[in-house]
Write a protein that binds this ligand. Structure first.
Ligand SMILES: Nc1ncnc2c1ncn2[C@@H]1O[C@H](COP(=O)(O)OP(=O)(O)OP(=O)(O)O)[C@@H](O)[C@H]1O
Ligand SMILES: [Mg+2]
Length: 280
């Protein structure tokens, strides 16, 4: 099985002298092409630092990130532009990640503009198509982020991420700031996008329950080290590390029947209403 993304023995420290802190201590894992891999760990375990190394925003002290065989830290020129197009990110906070002064059309088409597309019709067309995919009507194009709910903003952020037709999507706590019911909608949307666009996904979260729904593989990070890396079912039923066992014990039991009933009630309410132009 070939891996689109290979993270190899990343180490990273911040600070100097007595304040020096090792944040990543030889982090290695792979994201196989076409799969969804969860990267889970408590706050401060090094998840976002790993993501920043993958995106080329931080430089690891040692180790490397390979995307499709390409060393991310060394990529320049055309290779760099290819990475910017093919790797997209959705981050946590839907209220700060969207520029309040830009229309939704400009936000969603921004990665294409950065990639050099100038044709206005093409930019608008791509924005409309991406918005349609995430379940927002095209009247959203001329509006500003402030008039959308948290869940809708996260849909806009996902539309922006898919506008370049990326191959790898990195979600860093993409649903963590949302209400539980909205979380479920956005997770479902991400699952649909992954299938329809054949995306490879690295899904970062501190919540094991959220990851279980979406991911085929799970990597657990603790204090800058990978303590678990395996198939979803193996990790959830027979975790190899005591740390993962403790994390699992702390996961609130989800109640699927209650969740289904709640969803059915919501859908019925939505049907009685006039159909909304967007999702949650
Ligand atoms: N630029 C920086 N300078 C100094 N320390 C940093 C920097 N970036 C991250 N750190 C530290 O590195 C550690 C890991 O941070 P990181 O953001 O990777 O954790 P995380 O797993 O994403 O946590 P969270 O779940 O809270 O998002 C933390 O202790 C953080 O304070
Ligand atoms: Mg983080």
């Amino acid at each position: 099985m070939s891996a689109l993304l290979e993270v190899e023995a990343l180490t990273k420290s911040f600070g100097r002298g007595a304040r020096r802190r090792e944040v990543l201590r030889a982090v290695s894992f792979a994201v196989p092409t076409g799969q969804v891999v969860g990267l889970v760990g408590q706050s401060g375990s090094g998840k976002t630092t790993t993501v920043r190394c993958i995106l080329g925003l931080d430089r690891p002290d040692t180790g490397s990130v390979r995307y499709d065989g390409l060393n991310v830290a060394a990529a320049r020129g055309d290779a760099r532009r290819r990475l910017q197009r093919e790797i997209q990110v959705v981050s946590q906070d839907p209220f700060t990640s969207l520029n309040p002064r830009m229309t939704v059309a400009d936000i969603v088409s921004e990665p294409l503009r950065i990639g050099g597309v100038r044709d206005r019709d093409r930019l608008r067309g791509a924005a409309a198509e991406a918005l349609g995919r995430v379940g927002l009507a095209s009247d959203a194009l001329t509006r500003y982020p402030r008039s959308f709910s948290g869940g809708q903003r996260q849909r806009i952020a996902i539309a922006r991420a898919i506008s370049t037709r990326p191959r790898l999507l990195v979600c860093d706590e993409a649903v963590s700031a949302l209400d539980v019911s909205v979380q479920a909608d956005i997770l479902e949307l991400l699952k649909t996008m992954q299938r329809e666009l054949s995306l490879t996904v690295l899904f970062v979260a501190h919540d094991l329950a959220v990851v279980r729904y979406l991911c085929q593989r799970v990597v657990v990070l603790a204090d800058g080290r990978v303590v678990e890396d395996g198939d979803r079912d193996q990790v959830y039923t027979a975790p190899s590390s005591p740390y993962t066992r403790r994390l699992l014990a702390a996961v609130p039991r989800l109640n699927p029947a209650a969740e289904r009933a709640r969803r059915a009630a919501r859908q019925q309410a939505a049907r009685l209403d006039t159909p909304p132009s967007g999702g949650s």
